[in-house]
Design a protein around this ligand. Structure first.
Ligand code: PEP
Length: 251
């Protein structure tokens, strides 16, 4: 089986100020020297240059929270993948449930964005996950399948080679409710086996992160699951001490 380096990604969402994100980035880069996981921070795009100035020479990687599927043109308010590359981004979070729910991004659009990010030599973090209603209606498998299959249809199995998947049950995001390690592992295994049905090597190399109220006290048991390769962290990523404790739990 391929050895997968854990990845811990902080999704800072629409938080902070120019001053506070620089402080947070400095604290994370100062504290993550001994961490064996790959560490990534994703500030809002207007602060990318400031955060790059802090983490540029450290072990911390930089990512964005969204990008356009288009490379240029009349798309007011959008930011392209090539623009993000200019600011040192290596990863882009795509298809986060907040974007799917609030900005009506469907799986087809998310797949197009993934391909745009890969064309710019960055790695998409493709978020998938079910709502509570879908879980209660026993639809977890079909929801995840639809979200993965859109990219398989658009880009084929090759598009899963330079990709990270983040399983984020919508009911666990920002709610303080975490999926149990068993619940999370079951869905991670399902994701890996769906990819494996197309290519076993691609599936075994694929990093699948868990996201949804990960905190320092629940991180280690989640990350101990065989198909959980790190985490996508929201609220706890805004506090350097908590985020670094989560990074250490992924060792
Ligand atoms: C997220 O928004 O990706 C997330 C996982 O948030 P939180 O950790 O706050 O649940």
């Amino acid at each position: 089986m391929a050895k997968r380096q854990p990845l811990i990604a902080g999704n800072w969402k629409l938080n902070g100020s120019r001053h506070s994100v620089v402080e947070l980035a400095a604290a994370v880069s100062a504290g993550c020297g001994a961490v064996s996981a790959e560490v990534l921070v994703c500030p809002t795009s207007v602060y990318l240059a400031d955060v790059l100035g802090v983490v540029g020479n450290s072990a911390v990687h930089l990512g964005a929270q969204n990008c356009s599927q288009a490379s240029d043109g009349a798309y007011t308010g959008e930011v392209s993948a090539d623009m993000l590359v200019e600011f040192g981004c290596e990863y882009v979070i795509l298809g986060h449930s907040e974007r799917r729910a609030m900005y009506h991004e469907d799986s087809r659009l998310v797949a197009e964005k993934c391909l745009a990010v890969q064309a710019a030599d960055m790695t998409p973090i493709l978020c998938v996950g079910e709502t509570l209603e879908q879980r209660e209606a026993d639809e977890v498998e079909s929801v995840i399948a639809e979200q993965l299959d859109a990219l398989l249809d658009a880009g084929g199995i090759a598009s899963f080679e330079n990709l990270v998947v983040a399983y984020e049950p919508v009911w666990a995001i920002g709610t303080g409710k975490t999926a149990s390690p068993e619940q999370a592992q079951a869905v991670h295994a399902l994701i890996r086996s769906r990819v494996a049905s197309h290519n076993a090597d691609t599936a075994s190399a694929l990093r699948i992160l868990y996201g949804g109220s990960v905190k320092p006290d629940n991180a280690a048991t989640l990350f101990a699951q065989p198909d959980i390769d790190g985490g996508l962290i929201g609220g706890a990523a805004l506090d350097a001490e908590s985020f670094l404790a989560i990074c250490e739990a992924a060792a």
